[in-house]
Design a protein around this ligand. Structure first.
Ligand SMILES: [Zn+2]
Length: 356
């Protein structure tokens, strides 16, 4: 059962959509307080407490997801140009909340920008949360099905449209902001293709299904800071990067606890490299596991698919030591079990410049 699995469960099919729930009018006050109290340090990804209100959580996940997917690009056999922003649409919300949501966000027929990742080209181009997306490379958007609710279908179609338009490395958006139409054009960074979303669920879980990483809303109030959140997300992203789910199914090992455990160890190891490249302290993975262990301290039901927190911490420490040793030898760190790009003809080399 999911609760017995140390960090995440991987359901047969990701239950989409996450029904979005909002937490009230304190959002802007919380956001201002956070900005005042926790100004980011320059350069390194700063460790900031993670806000628990939903809209700021969306913004934090957009930041973390963008930073990690771009940093993980060298490990991915398939890459996309990361848009650097997330969207939402009225069709995702429950029928009874739609009137309130439409007034609150100003929804008309278009999807709205939900969050723009810090440091992304989209942010540099001036894209803002709340911008209504009217066209992508001059093409109209997939329409909203009348009466649709609790549905991720339109958002998924539009994200596909964005990925297709971005395949040449440049994205052109027509947006409406305060009744003004403007066109934004920006070059994009390559990254791994995983998409991110939040599920309204208080339990401390996240999951990966090969193409999405979904984080429960309960995680945001549990982690100590954004680096710990990044550690959890990096572990899930690593599952997708390494195609674990597809591999387990292809090998007939989807229910083989030994095979699953091996993928968990790989995900923990690769996550350390992804965090390091993204500028998060990899030790945050240890802090997260210790926090999780304290939280589940009375849970004697050991998971058969995940090593114990103690064993996982040792795995993380060993990988951190490997990275330090590689640097001491003057070599670029590389996880030993991941094919190097030069060994994979499908992967074009990319610049190392956006990491570290
Ligand atoms: Zn896992």
């Amino acid at each position: 059962m999911p609760d017995a699995e140390a960090i995440e469960s991987v359901p047969e099919s990701l239950r989409l959509p996450a029904v979005r729930q909002l937490t009230g009018p304190i959002r802007s006050l919380v956001a201002v307080a956070l900005i005042l109290l926790f100004l980011p340090q320059a350069g390194r990804a700063s460790a900031q407490p993670v806000p628990q209100d939903r809209e700021t959580a969306d913004a934090v996940l957009a930041d973390v997801g963008y930073r990690l997917t771009v940093a993980a690009a060298p490990y991915c056999s398939k890459r996309v140009h990361r848009p650097g922003f997330t969207i939402h649409d009225l069709s995702q919300y429950s029928r009874r909340s739609q009137d309130m949501i439409a007034r609150r966000y100003g929804f008309r027929s278009e999807p709205l920008v939900l969050a723009v990742a810090q440091g992304s080209p989209a942010a540099a181009a001036g894209l803002q949360p709340g911008d209504a997306i009217m066209a992508i490379d001059d093409a109209p958007l997939a329409p909203r099905e009348p009466g649709s609710h609790n549905s991720h279908a339109r958002v998924a179609r539009i994200l596909d449209q964005i990925d297709a338009a971005a395949s040449n490395g440049v994205l052109r958006l027509t947006v409406r902001r305060a009744e003004e139409t403007r066109e934004l054009r920006f070059a994009l960074e390559p990254g791994c293709p995983t998409r991110f979303q939040i599920r309204s669920d208080d339990s401390i879980e996240a999951r990966a299904n090969g193409s999405y990483v979904e984080v429960n809303s309960g995680v945001f109030g549990f982690v100590g800071d954004t680096a710990e959140l990044a550690a959890l997300v990096a572990h899930e992203l690593a599952h997708n990067v390494l195609s674990h789910r597809a591999r387990l199914h292809a090998d007939g090992e989807a229910n083989d606890t030994g095979a699953i455990r091996a993928t968990e160890i790989e995900a923990d190891r690769l996550a350390v490299h992804i965090l390091d490249r993204a500028g998060y302290p990899p030790e945050a993975a240890i802090a997260y596991l210790q926090r999780y262990d304290r939280h589940h301290g009375l849970d004697f039901l050991d998971s058969r698919t995940h090593p114990s927190e103690e064993a996982r911490i040792a795995i993380v420490r060993a990988e951190i030591a490997d990275i330090a040793a590689a640097r001491a030898r003057g070599e670029a760190p590389w996880p030993q079990f991941v094919p190097h790009p030069s060994e994979n003809a499908d992967v074009e080399p990319i610049s190392d410049s956006q990491s570290r």
